[in-house]
Design a protein around this ligand. Structure first.
Ligand code: SAM
Length: 231
């Protein structure tokens, strides 16, 4: 038995690559995007009343990791990538039907467009549904999850002086909090937990239209090396 679903819109996100996207929403409040709704949901009446809501749930497709072969177990990065759990005990991207869910901040809503922040979605992510956050039902104060029991611990983010100035100028041009976005994402330490990178190894990702490069001068420390217009 199979059913078909269609996107109601697509995210235009600050994240142009999967690498360095936080593992859950809310971890990078400076991570912004716009959800552009498709007809007929681009008419104002579809979002009427949403201006009375601070956060929304997005149900979406992990469109870049969809797979046909169902897997029963996964190796979540936060367990170091070498310990496996059942796919339904994880929020892994490789999952049946490839459906993701994130609660994100709704900064502004207009007919056909929702401005969002604190997102963990890749650019062009297809969104299947939007649901208003209902605090009395959605926030379970006595809930626990012993696999993902707390937000990832943060590491220090330092800057090469020139890199910080580059980020400042690109942020002004983009009219985005780019320095905060870079610091919030890199503080989550995006590298795979099993890698112990040497200082001479650099990493990179694309945020908005800039390429960010960094390295690990010491274990547990990140230094941003450059922030340059994407080539
Ligand atoms: N909050 C969602 C959930 O719990 O279903 C997503 C959690 S998942 C661990 C978050 C990761 O999904 C991000 O770090 C990013 O690497 C990945 N991701 C985001 N959008 C994606 C997309 N459209 N396709 C594939 N992977 C995506």
């Amino acid at each position: 038995m199979s059913y078909s679903v269609s996107p109601i819109g697509f995210i235009r996100s600050c994240f142009k690559e999967k690498f360095a996207i936080p593992r859950q929403p809310q971890l990078a409040p400076a991570a912004r995007g716009v959800l552009e709704l498709l007809a007929p949901f681009d008419q104002g009446e579809a979002v009427q009343g949403l201006e009375q809501v601070s956060h929304v749930w997005l149900l979406f497709l992990f469109h870049q990791t969809l797979e046909d072969k169902p897997r029963l177990k996964v190796r979540p990065p936060r367990l170091g990538g070498n310990q496996s759990v059942g796919v339904f005990a994880s929020r892994a991207t490789h999952r049946p039907n490839g459906i993701g869910q994130s609660v994100v901040k709704l900064d502004r809503v207009e007919a056909g467009k929702l401005w969002l922040s604190g997102i963990d979605l890749l650019d062009e992510t297809p969104v299947l549904d939007i649901k208003p956050y209902v605090p009395y039902a959605d926030s379970v104060t006595d809930a626990y999850n012993r696999i993902a029991d707390s937000a990832p611990s943060l590491i220090d983010v330092e800057w090469q002086e020139a890199a910080r100035e580059q980020a400042h100028l690109h942020g002004l041009r983009l009219e985005q909090p780019l320095i905060e976005l870079i610091e919030q994402c890199l503080a989550q330490d995006p590298r795979p937990a099993y890698q112990q990178p040497l200082p001479e190894r650099s990493y990179g990702t694309r945020l908005w239209d800039v390429d960010v490069r960094w390295h690990y001068p010491l274990p547990g420390q990140i230094r941003v090396l450059e922030v340059v217009a994407a080539s």
